[in-house]
Design a binder for this molecule. Structure first.
Ligand code: AMP
Length: 485
């Protein structure tokens, strides 16, 4: 079956061939025809299956006729993260090259003013994260009763992040006559409830069983002899130096670990950069762009980057930490081996990870994952040595740890999150920040406090010697005679 058989317009077929696609992927084959007929579609598909084009292409065809009115977008795509939303907008640009559709991207970390100006001019396609969309709506800058098509992308991720109440609210703000295209990699009960409530007689399209890994990915693990961060970083470097490693994403469970690993790799001469939810949006976007353009070889990432990011041709995924949620393993390694390409995934497993590792095996339906023989490496890097060094380091690191705790506290204040939490549930940090009016005031408040402290110490410097007890001086009221009654 070719794209022409799906019923897409010649203008779209031209854009598709320009994108270099020869044949539709399974989800495209199954979702595009009913979507073109105006039916609701429930797509159960992971990223990497071509689902974005699966909803973008029929939307463009539908929106080709008609004009947008001010503040009344004609279609809406909801995505859980800013990166994913930005990616969807890139897809619209790519496939809509022969159409004059106006588009606005409502995501956190970007000025309201620019977004508002676009809405005023009228948009055919509105792509948004739920929080930012509702912010605009609640400010009265947006009407959703002109929505003809609504897409919910990565619904299970929305669920993980607590966006379901927002999604329900948004559904209720759009006309009941809208067409809904709804995508999720898995169908937990809560998602099923939403689709039962808001989709009308949908065509159900399922292309891969939930939590399956692509056959094109070679999975391997390294069994670490101890839970030792230094040894893990050494082992990681050894893996990164592998012959066939073109580029890769290194996943860590915590934002603080992402920072440490990225810094360590940079120190050892690797072209690596961190990406996680606490980093500024501009930095995250720049990092992703550079990674896509091969200007950066390794991305050290938290799970924020695990889902939904379309980074073509990643040769390797490295799990520096065993993910706590087995599903995250599937999403992480899904960054490689995409669209039929070959990929490799490697994971460092310590004795302490046993429970999580077992859960991963269960999820992927395997009894074991091939173990890389690292004995020579461990012989050359004995754990005991490392432990002894660790003892020395402990002393040296006390100050560093205290400083890190101070920094972490500051970071937590800045975005209302904690590094003690895995970076899985807060992709649109600006959203959190937007909802925290105090965040921007944190700095002046700290400044005030530290000014106060300085003043106090200056006062101490200029004050006379402090009085301990009463000293030689006895105040007059104490020596005054007291009349007895
Ligand atoms: P997605 O699942 O939408 O994130 O898409 C995954 C990757 O597949 C993206 O890099 C797309 O550009 C690519 N892709 C989408 N449709 C096709 C197709 N029909 N043929 C080849 N690659 C495709």
């Amino acid at each position: 079956m070719s794209f022409a058989d799906l019923g897409l317009s010649p203008k779209l077929l031209e854009a598709i061939s320009k994108a270099g696609y020869e044949n539709p992927t399974p989800i495209q084959k199954e979702a595009i025809p009913p979507a073109l007929e105006g039916r609701d579609v429930l797509g159960i598909a992971q990223t990497g299956t071509g689902k974005t084009a699966g909803f973008t292409l029929p939307m463009i065809d539908r929106l080709a006729k008609g004009r947008a009115k001010a503040r009344m977008p004609r279609s809406l795509v909801l995505a859980p993260t800013r990166e994913l939303a930005a990616q969807v907008s890139e897809n619209f640009e790519k496939y809509g090259i022969n159409h004059k559709l106006s588009m606005a991207l409502l995501i956190g970390g970007v000025s309201f003013g620019d977004q508002d100006a676009k809405l005023t001019r009228g948009v055919d396609v509105l792509i948004a994260t739920p929080g930012r969309l509702l912010d605009h709506f609640e400010r009265g800058r947006l009407l959703l009763n002109g929505i003809e098509v609504m897409v919910v992308d990565e619904a299970d991720r929305m669920l993980d992040m607590g966006f379901i109440p927002d999604i329900e609210k948004i559904f209720k703000l759009t006309p009941i006559t809208r067409q809904t295209l709804f995508f999720s990699a898995t169908m937990p009960a809560e998602i099923q409830r939403i689709t039962d409530q808001f989709l009308h007689n949908p065509v159900r399209v399922e292309v891969a069983k939930p939590a399956t890994t692509a056959d094109t990915i070679t999975q391997r693990i390294v069994k670490m002899p101890a839970k030792d961060d230094k040894l893990k970083r050494n082992a990681l470097r050894e893996l990164l130096r592998g012959e066939d490693v073109k580029n890769g994403i290194i996943f860590c469970n915590r934002k603080s670990t992402v920072d440490i690993v990225a810094k360590s790799l940079q120190k050892h001469g690797f072209n690596a950069r961190p990406i996680h939810g606490d980093l500024a949006q501009a930095f995250r976007m720049e990092t992703l762009d550079k990674f896509r353009n091969d200007e950066i070889q390794f991305l050290v990432a938290s799970d924020v980057a695990a889902r939904g990011l379309d980074i073509p041709a990643v040769s390797h995924v490295f799990n520096y930490d065993v993910p706590i949620h087995a599903d995250d393993y599937v999403h992480r390694i899904g960054r490689t081996g995409r669209a039929g390409r070959k990929g490799a995934a490697m994971m460092l497993v310590t004795g302490a990870d046993g429970k999580y590792y077992d859960a991963i095996l269960k999820t992927i339906g395997a009894s074991e994952i091939e173990t890389l023989d690292f004995t020579e490496f461990f012989d050359a890097n004995p754990v005991n040595d490392t432990r002894r060094r660790k003892g020395d380091e402990r002393k040296d690191n006390k100050g560093a740890r205290r400083k890190k705790k101070r920094d972490d506290d500051k970071t937590a204040k800045r975005v209302g999150s904690s590094d003690e939490q895995p970076d899985v549930a807060q992709p649109d940090v600006a959203q959190a920040r937007d909802k925290q009016p105090d965040a921007d005031n944190a700095q002046p408040a700290r400044r005030k406090r530290s000014d106060g402290k300085k003043k106090a110490s200056r006062r101490r410097e200029s004050a006379p010697d402090p009085v301990v007890g009463l000293g030689d001086h006895v105040p007059a009221f104490i020596t005054r005679a007291v009349e007895r009654c």
